[in-house]
Design a protein around this ligand. Structure first.
Ligand SMILES: Nc1nc2c(ncn2[C@@H]2O[C@H](COP(=O)(O)OP(=O)(O)O)[C@@H](O)[C@H]2O)c(=O)[nH]1
Ligand SMILES: [Mg+2]
Length: 294
């Protein structure tokens, strides 16, 4: 068995390497015997034993077998809502999309009720009767999620759902329990200087406060967790303090946060961005607080 796996891995490696300019750094076997080709934790290609020529189908589908829950908090996002749902639905992984309308007043709720709810088998819509905050909306989604993994997905277009394919292999293969998409390892466009400083400060604070933490982007939206792990965390935050709380509690329980480079294009306040650099103070306080209490 082991010999077979080894033979399969090395043949896949040779096949996948064909035509690639870069030197391949690592390969490992995912569920279902598929080979995942990684460089710096980034998925480059995939191959399955059944494929005659793995390079043909490389990157077309990812051998993700576990169900992915996509938690989408939405508050006054009528401009981007339809597009982000389309983009998430287009990602070729098995998933359930849980949209939580957080008491929107700009028409988001009506779009969800009239155009989305009940129209797609992979989409569920939940409603808060009043605005409770991003963290509260994510917690509602977590409580209803049934997948093996969960990713947080804002209802804007700052992140690219196609990058789920980079984030999932590590968790799917059992190598990681928690994976963050790092904008600082990938690329950042249009982020305001004050937000950039706040992001750096929060990451720096995390690495200092939590021994063993060595991350480059604490406040990233793209956080993927094994759902059983996440459901056990006592999450209390209601607003933007969700990110530091979940980071703090994950690290405190001894889980390692793996990172994968992702690309990010910030939206402006005119385009609906709601977080302010001053929310960074709350976030820093949250990191400090949960270092000592739970
Ligand atoms: N600001 C805010 N965002 C909310 C709330 N409830 C849900 N959300 C959603 O949380 C995300 C926040 O996005 P954004 O303002 O770009 O801040 P980000 O966390 O820096 O990406 C969006 O998808 C919002 O629609 C809320 O009460 N306030
Ligand atoms: Mg956002």
């Amino acid at each position: 068995m082991l010999v077979d796996l080894y033979r399969f891995a090395s043949t896949s490696l040779r096949r996948l390497n064909k035509g690639m300019d870069d030197e391949v750094i690592g390969i490992h076997l995912g569920k279902g015997g598929s080979a995942l080709l990684l460089r710096d934790n980034v998925l480059l290609k995939t191959a399955s034993p059944a494929s005659a020529d793995a390079t043909d189908q490389a990157s077309a589908t990812l051998p993700v077998t576990g169900l992915l829950s996509v938690a989408m908090p939405a508050y006054n996002e009528r401009e981007t809502l339809r597009e982000i749902i389309t983009r998430v639905r287009a990602v070729p992984v098995r998933k359930e999309i849980i949209i939580v309308d957080d008491g929107s007043t700009d028409g988001t709720r009506e779009i969800l009720q009239e155009e989305i709810e009940g129209k797609y088998p992979d989409v569920r819509v939940l409603y808060h009767t009043e605005n409770r905050g991003k963290g509260a909306a994510i917690c509602t989604a977590i409580a209803h999620a049934q997948g093996e993994y969960l990713i947080v997905q804002d209802a804007d277009l700052e992140y690219d759902p196609a990058e789920y394919l980079k984030l999932l292999p590590l968790i799917e293969s059992g190598q990681a329990d928690v994976v963050y998409g790092s904008r600082f390892l990938g690329s950042i466009r249009k982020m305001r200087f004050t937000n950039l400083v706040a992001n750096k400060l929060l990451t720096w604070g995390t690495n200092i406060l939590y021994p063993g933490a060595k991350i480059t982007d604490e406040a990233t939206c793209y956080k993927v967790f094994r759902l059983d792990l996440l459901k056990k965390l006592p999450l209390r935050s209601r607003r933007f303090d969700f990110c530091p709380e979940v980071t703090a509690k994950t690290l405190k329980r001894g889980y390692k946060i793996h990172e994968v480079p992702i690309n990010y294009v910030a939206r402006t306040e005119q385009q609906g961005k709601k977080i302010r650099w001053t929310d960074g103070f709350d976030a820093l306080w949250t990191l400090i607080k949960y270092r000592f209490i739970d």
